[in-house]
Ligand binder design. Structure first.
Ligand code: UD1
Length: 409
């Protein structure tokens, strides 16, 4: 019998991480897996969800929990209640969670405690494990720590993540360095991105504009911090157009704090060929975002994933945060930590442009094949090729791979 594998996605940054796993599963000859996608519904706007499934050639989820927005506790709790029912119904052999959003931690908690009537338990697998900002005021950091502590198998994107997990006592047998699945999506979709209409519609030339994304609560939920960041962006935009695709959270805050006068609107197609100004636009679909990143002269962001995508593309990146869980983008890539003060941002921009010239290229195993490596490991586990066994449950004391026999269904 095939092993049912549930691939969980909840929010925008998850889709480009699950897609390469699903592509590799579909391409694998004689896979022993039966993979299904579960969407928690954490993100529900079409511009943050459906459009990405279409662009990334993902099938519709077999389940959508439709949890929507709420406080952290509300959202996490709703996902847990819904996902527990899904586990009881589908009895998967494995649950794969990706990244660090509330959906990741909620489904990890439920999976780690699940036991089927016959005593079998699902295996919990975390993709993009081991990243640490060491800043527990970030909800994502809490989600990462919790998820990794519970996971039976941790797939990592970089060597520093392996070191973080080992330092926290995760046995080496549970850690697999496989590379970065988000870069698989980027590699596969760059050609399609070249055909996107964004630059043409907006009258923008390659390297003739800047790009900024902002959504982190610490940056946008307070009037002073959001106002200071918009001031710095305004100074940068005095010389060239800067695009600001607005996340719904940021749009709400700009309105609530009455900061809309700092932003210009930009209709498409635009005949204006903007030469300067800070332009608020709708959230971009995946191909258009890739096109914008690839052709931007620089990117300013508080996102995690964009730090990695700009490093892979060789585009200067200024991170509007005091820390990062992705230090490889600083040591090997084009990223600079700038914080959120106006002066820090302006200095960071100059530094990012200088260091891009010296960047050493894509980090190890960011080669477009992480999804294949992940599916190969999962397939081998399900087929019993790893000694006919599965990794011991993470919450048992430091047990190596293979104490309990693989059992599915
Ligand atoms: C979430 C993730 C963050 C990720 C980001 C990418 C957590 C803790 N945070 O943050 O790591 O980088 O997604 O976008 O999981 N909203 C809509 N439509 C939607 C979704 C949200 O309007 O489809 C609005 C809601 O008012 C909501 C707010 O945006 O309250 C924030 O959404 P939420 O999912 O809670 O967190 P994000 O800020 O998107």
């Amino acid at each position: 019998m095939k092993a049912t594998v549930l691939l969980v996605a909840g929010a925008r940054p998850n889709y480009m991480k699950i897609a390469p796993i699903h592509w590799a599963y579909r391409n694998a000859a004689r896979s022993t897996l039966a993979m299904e996608i579960v969407h928690t519904g954490q993100h529900y706007d079409p511009s943050l969800s459906d459009d990405f499934f279409r662009d990334l050639d993902l099938p519709a989820p077999s389940v959508n929990l439709g949890v929507g927005s709420g406080s952290h506790a509300e959202q996490t709790a709703k996902i847990m209640v819904g996902f527990e029912r899904v586990l009881a119904d589908k009895r998967p052999g494995m649950v794969v969670v990706v990244g660090d959003v509330n959906s990741t931690a909620a489904c990890a908690l439920v999976t780690a405690k699940a036991q089927y009537p016959d005593g079998a338990r699902p295996l919990l697998v975390h993709v993009e494990a081991g990243l640490r900002s060491r800043d527990r005021t970030m909800p994502e950091e809490v989600n990462r720590v919790v998820t990794d502590a519970l996971s039976d198998l941790c797939f990592t994107t970089c060597r520093d993540a392996d070191a973080n997990l080992l330092a926290e006592g995760v046995p080496a047998e549970r850690i697999r360095f496989v590379g970065n699945p988000m870069i698989d999506s980027l590699v596969r979709c760059l050609e399609r991105a070249a055909d996107a209409a964004l630059l043409r519609d907006l009258g923008l030339a390659s390297r003739g504009f800047g790009l900024c994304t902002l959504h982190r609560p610490a940056n946008v939920d307070h009037r002073e911090s959001l106002g200071e960041i918009l001031d710095a962006l305004g100074a940068i935009a005095a010389d060239m157009p800067v695009l600001l695709p607005l996340h719904p959270r940021t749009r709400q805050r700009v309105d609530a704090f009455d900061l809309g006068d700092r932003l210009l609107g930009l209709a498409r197609p635009s005949r204006a060929h903007p030469s300067r100004g800070l332009f608020a636009i709708e959230p971009l679909p995946y191909f258009e975002m890739l096109q914008a990143m690839q052709h931007a002269r620089f990117v300013l962001t508080d996102s995690g994933g964009i730090q990695e995508e700009t490093t892979a593309l060789g585009v200067p990146c200024v991170t509007l945060r005091p820390n990062t869980e992705r230090p490889v983008t600083i040591t090997d890539g084009t990223n600079v930590l700038a914080g959120t003060s106006r002066q820090g941002i302006l200095e960071g921009l100059a530094e990012a442009q200088r260091k891009t010239a010296r960047a050493t290229g894509a980090p190890e195993l960011w080669d477009g094949r992480a999804g294949e490596r992940i599916v190969a490991v999962l397939d081998a586990l399900a087929a019993g090729a790893e000694g006919g066994r599965r990794p011991a449950r993470a919450h048992r004391a430091a047990a190596p791979l293979g104490e309990a026999r693989w059992s599915d269904q």
